[in-house]
Write a protein of this length. Structure first.
Length: 350
């Protein structure tokens, strides 16, 4: 499927393939949209280049390696995208259909995009969602036809028009997620359980942490198995990853728990506050119930405060079966925003 398959656009607008060179325009569009969408997320061009350009076919990127500009988000691969432009070539909307590496119970395809506020209400979003449905079905058929597929899209409370659009297109409300925050004052004490040692993240344990993450999230809703390429591409290879703010819990010399932290430059510029985002938090099932998560989070909060961050944040599935939401409240986090994940189901193809 090509960008020409985006149909139903208003007169004067055309669709073309989205490229990494569009990142500046796409980031400007996101900034304009944030004034009305209120997602609390701030991404610059470098963030989008990294996001769209992840998961190379060969080796994973080196830690904190910035992706180079240039190239097209190739259809028929793991990612695809379209840009909607006016007669002068200005990007007024964009959409992507991204398939993360790895499958557990279903192939999850992330349907993302945005329409500039000045161009909303003209059918552009409807045309892009229709393209995402068609492209997502093709990606499912190409990559993992034997398992179910799910196209996933997120909507924040201010995005009432998007919610109605997704519902009319056949997306189902799947999950409610909370973004939780806390100031880095009055911190809990990092008191590990007997036999548990807290230590900063080190690169020699990177793959061990990956394997602990896979084991910790086996039954977590929407999780996928992360191989070495996906792990580096999506987690510890990010520019924003901060190994110095990340903490491991060891028992008998092995990783049993971890907190991986990130500080996003664009977010700091937009808010004026350096925020330590606790992106991945996990404890092996065999080590649960011993306070490992509480102690590891407390140590990560202390490291962030020591490094000059003013706030910590994390995202959590409010229906998490491990009781994570309550745990985060007990260590001082409070809900700042929520968003709903919608999913469009695709049946296995034989």
């Amino acid at each position: 499927m090509s960008a020409a398959d985006v149909t139903g656009l208003p007169d004067g607008l055309t669709a073309r393939p989205l490229t990494l060179a569009d990142a500046d325009a796409a980031a400007e569009l996101l900034a304009a949209a944030e004034t009305v969408d209120d997602t609390g997320e701030h991404e610059d061009a470098a963030d989008l280049i990294e996001w769209w350009g992840r998961e190379p076919e060969e080796e994973p990127p080196a830690p904190r390696h910035a992706q180079a500009r240039g190239g097209t988000l190739q259809p028929g691969h793991r990612r695809d995208g379209v840009a909607v432009v006016d007669a002068d070539g200005r990007v007024v909307a964009w959409a992507t259909s991204i398939v993360p590496r790895g499958v557990r119970d279903a192939l999850r395809i992330w349907s993302e995009g945005r329409v500039h506020p000045d161009w909303r209400g003209r059918g552009i979003g409807r045309a892009l969602v229709a393209w995402q449905l068609r492209r997502g079905a093709e990606q499912h058929a190409e990559l993992a036809p034997a398992v179910p597929g799910r196209l996933v899209a997120a909507a924040w409370p201010a995005m009432t028009s998007l919610e109605r659009l997704l519902q009319r297109a056949g997306f189902e409300r799947e999950r409610l997620y909370a973004t939780m925050e806390r100031p880095l004052t009055d911190l809990p004490r990092a008191t590990p359980a007997p036999g548990v040692q807290l230590t900063p993240f080190t690169w020699d344990r990177d793959d061990e942490v990956r394997r602990a993450h896979n084991a910790s999230f086996t039954e977590h809703h929407g999780s996928t198995e992360r191989d070495e390429v996906a792990w580096r591409s999506w987690f510890t290879g990010q520019r924003a990853f901060r190994p110095d703010l990340s903490v491991l819990a060891l028992a008998d010399g092995a990783v049993v728990g971890y907190v991986l932290a990130y500080v996003y430059e664009a977010d700091t510029r937009a808010t004026g506050v350096a925020t330590a985002h606790l992106g991945q938090i996990g404890v092996l099932p065999s080590a649960r119930g011993r306070g490992v998560a509480t102690a590891t989070i407390a140590a990560a909060l202390a490291a962030a405060a020591e490094a000059g961050c003013g706030r910590a944040a994390l995202d959590v599935d409010t229906e998490n079966t491990t009781g994570a939401f309550g745990l985060y409240e007990r260590v001082g986090f409070r809900t700042a925003r929520t968003h709903v994940a919608y999913a469009y189901p695709l049946a296995p193809l034989g």
